[in-house]
Design a protein around this ligand. Structure first.
Ligand SMILES: Nc1ncnc2c1ncn2[C@@H]1O[C@H](COP(=O)(O)OP(=O)(O)OP(=O)(O)O)[C@@H](O)[C@H]1O
Ligand SMILES: [Mg+2]
Length: 497
């Protein structure tokens, strides 16, 4: 009946495998399938991305609640399918043919085992099974949606998503922890990593560029925790941020000037507040002829300029060797004749090297950092340098910060889920032992509407001649800066919540 199809010369002779889910890594090499889902632009991708993304369903749909019966039926059919099919042969087919092959066999199984189901149910089951065999199983419908920012799987039974800044529970569930673990394993193996009991923490990426973190038992007590920051192919632009009210039009103009006149910028904000998005927006204002080097833990930035070198850190291997830290990358950058250095996330002693780079002729360098206010951002930089083992007096570190960082841009995710740029702050210098800063723009929350949405306003602080004035003059942007500051001061309201 379901003899292994065209299995000559392969594992056809081996005993039928147990009906468990076993991913086929070789399938990753299949050519990309036409899909309505935005696909990662491979021209920007490092070599590890050359493998095609798994086939995705063209119609993004939210899974409905499925009955226990459905899962039982699926489990039986899945088991029979795995016994019938030769996975290594399947992996050689293109996704469309593989899907057809699975379709034929599943239809045969359904009629042989006398399962009664409607055509629609049969189609749904087929999609589910194809996703399990060829893709990322129950995650597929979520991965196909572009409105999701994060997918958070807390063990087999619970999956949450973040949409429009709000976390929602979904009906997605995995057959069991083993299926979830297999999918995690498949994801991380694509970038040459491994996750299991002996190395239960792993960072990776999906072929489309989405950032992935897996933490497995025994560290994750209730089953594997998988977190995916969905990659947005069409990154948000400053104009879109203005449309969303994240920044006022006048504030956006100041940000453009900041990018253009090569201010050294730190984008500060909490987790998921939009730091990387903002950093990416700022890089749009870098000149096409500048040599830019980016250093990231997981490549998320998408620079449009042609002269960009993208670097990525590497965790240690199982023997604890081969680690390349952010600090190594930033230091190496300095020997690569960069004009600007962009550090995806500053979180350790590389802060020292980035400041030094900012200070030594790499104007316009940028980085992001986790902090809840511009003030906290300054003290975080200081503590990162101190913890890096530099025996420098704190005054020296502060002086170094003052002479390196020009502007801190603060991003925040507010309690109604909206993301706002809450401060554009200049670092002026030292007064005694204290770093003096000056806000050019702040976001003030004025109240809340009937739907619980916060109402606020981006307001100028009335600074007429910011510290970046001289810089703006040097780049012939003085008039533009003056106009923007003026407009910001006159603007009665912008960036309504
Ligand atoms: N102003 C905005 N308005 C709406 N959505 C936004 C805005 N900024 C960012 N986002 C979305 O929010 C999500 C998180 O953004 P981003 O990755 O930039 O955050 P982050 O602060 O870098 O997060 P992390 O701390 O995890 O690195 C993304 O899906 C992004 O598209
Ligand atoms: Mg980020």
């Amino acid at each position: 009946m379901f003899g292994k199809r065209s299995a000559q010369g392969t594992s056809a002779g081996s005993p039928a495998p147990a009906p468990v889910y076993r991913p086929e890594p070789a399938q990753r090499a299949a050519p990309a399938q036409e899909s309505a889902v935005p696909v990662f632009d491979t021209s920007l991708a490092p070599p590890a991305f050359s493998a095609a993304p798994p086939p995705r369903r063209p119609e993004p749909v939210m899974p409905e609640v499925k009955s226990e019966d459905y899962y039982q039926t699926k489990s039986v059919i899945f088991g029979a399918l795995i016994e019938a099919i030769d996975l290594s042969q399947l992996s050689r087919l293109d996704p469309e043919s593989a899907r057809e092959e699975i379709r034929d066999i599943v239809n045969e199984i359904i009629s042989l085992k006398n399962f009664v189901m409607s055509i629609a149910e049969q189609e749904e089951l087929l999609d589910d099974i194809c996703n399990d065999v060829l893709g990322y199983g129950p995650l597929e419908p979520l991965l196909a949606r572009d409105d999701i920012a994060d997918i958070m799987v807390n063990g087999a039974g619970r999956t949450y998503i973040e949409v429009s800044g709000k976390i929602q529970m979904t009906n997605v569930r995995f057959r069991d922890n083993q299926q979830l673990m297999n999918i995690c394993q498949r994801i991380v193996s694509q970038v040459g990593r491994r996750v299991d009991e002996s190395s239960p923490i792993c960072d990776a990426r999906l072929p489309d560029g989405s950032r992935v973190n897996v933490i497995a038992p025994p560290l994750a007590i209730d089953g594997v925790a998988l977190t995916i920051r969905k990659f947005k192919k069409d990154k948000l632009t400053l104009d879109q941020l203005v449309k969303f009210g994240s920044i006022s039009p006048e504030g956006a103009e100041i940000l453009r000037i900041i990018g253009r006149v090569r201010c050294n910028v730190v984008v500060s904000g909490g987790t998921g507040s939009g730091k990387t998005t903002l950093l990416n927006c700022l890089t749009n204002y870098i000149e096409l002829d500048e040599r830019v080097i980016t250093c990231e833990d997981a490549a998320e930035l998408q620079l449009q300029q042609p002269h960009v070198v993208r670097l990525e850190t590497r965790p240690p291997n199982l023997e604890g060797q081969g680690q390349v830290t952010m600090r190594d990358l930033v230091r190496n950058c300095l020997r690569m004749r960069p004009e600007r250095i962009i550090v995806g996330e500053v979180r350790g002693p590389e802060a020292f090297d980035l400041l030094q780079a900012m200070n030594t002729g790499h104007d316009g360098s940028m980085g992001t950092l986790h902090a809840n206010s511009p003030r906290e951002c300054l003290s975080r930089i200081e503590s990162m340098i101190t913890m890096g083992g530099y025996a420098l007096p704190s005054r020296t570190i502060r002086e170094m910060i003052c002479s390196s960082v020009d502007v801190i841009i603060q991003a925040a995710r507010l309690r109604d889920g909206s993301r706002r740029i809450t401060h554009i702050t200049e670092v002026l210098g030292m007064e005694g032992d204290v770093v003096i800063t000056q806000d050019l723009m702040v976001y003030n929350i004025l109240g809340e509407d009937a739907n619980g949405k916060l109402i606020g306003r981006h307001q100028s602080t009335g600074v007429g001649r910011p510290k970046m004035w001289e810089r703006a003059r040097y780049y012939n942007e003085e008039q533009r800066l003056a106009t923007a500051l003026d407009a910001m001061e006159r603007s009665p309201d912008a960036g309504q919540g």
